[in-house]
Design a protein around this ligand. Sequence first.
Ligand code: SF4
Ligand code: SF4
Length: 342
Amino acid sequence: MYTIAQDSLRTLLDRLSRDYLLIAPVEEDGVTRLKPAKSGAEVSLDYGNTATSLKDFLFPQSEDLLRFVTDGTLTIEEIQPDRKQVAFGIRPCDLASVALMDKVLTTGEFSDAHYQARRDNTVLVGLGCESPADTCFCTSYGYNPGYSGGADLMLYKDGDNYLAEALTEKGRTLVGGPGEGLFKPADEASGEAVKKSYVEKEVPFGSEVKVEGIDKLLDNFFNDQYWDDVSRRCLNCGTCTYVCPTCHCFLLTDEARGGQGLRFRCWDSCMFANYTKMAGGHNPRPSKKERVRQRFMHKLNYYSHRYGSYLCTGCGRCVAKCPVGLHIAGVINDVKGVKAHA
Ligand code: SF4
Ligand code: SF4
């Protein structure tokens, strides 16, 4: 374990911004988002969680996949993301989201080459949560404000300094390369005490959202009247899916003109009416009821049965952003309440 002073951390970020695409929390107009930063001075070190998530840089909102030429024969050129990037200041809930996305996009029969390339080219620097927001409920899923799974280098603010732990080879390379001369060895016992204080930090909303057993409860909930009632409020705006670090629906499009073309993908949303509409006009999810049900069943039932965990980390973004207050924490508690009174 190491310790690094705050001014040395800014020096590290300056150095990283020269060799990598530095992605970090940046405050603009009172909103802190993860975005490319040109220097350490631009980076905010005092924020709750970022309004946007790490997903934007591992699975971007739109992404070119290949170019093609059709001048008698077909020539295809794959576009491979090859920019090295460091994602700094990633909170524990977003670190946890990476493993959930990996299960879908890099394991099993199909692997997404573009996502995999970005994962390989990314160094993840986590930052423990000092003050969980009143919309956070990571502890409901077994994570916590000190959770470091998936981080290459994990930091915890400790007074005027940061405790640092290099957890992978990528993290050790950061400490020994760009971080040369900036990190000092930390006392192991004091370091463990700092980590423990984060792991045990209270997340008040987490104690209100009891997730245990929700996957099994939903096994027999598909046809419940609840979905008719709750979905009436939904605007199908898609905000919940766009801010979510684990939603990964996308749309593939080919655009061609004058014998040249481009294939790209962009985020889509199961909340949009056209998402499942087929060429012949049939739509298996024709109303808000089916779409709202799909979002929550996928996160709390289908994914759990397939991969053994929930497709949610309790980051609280949908809790904070849904314009009508229809969010996953409320649905979990509603379903438990409906079942308890059934
Ligand atoms: S649940 Fe809320 S954020 Fe999601 S689509 Fe409906 S209104 Fe929009
Ligand atoms: S469903 Fe909501 S709380 Fe869960 S990870 Fe997505 S945005 Fe965060």
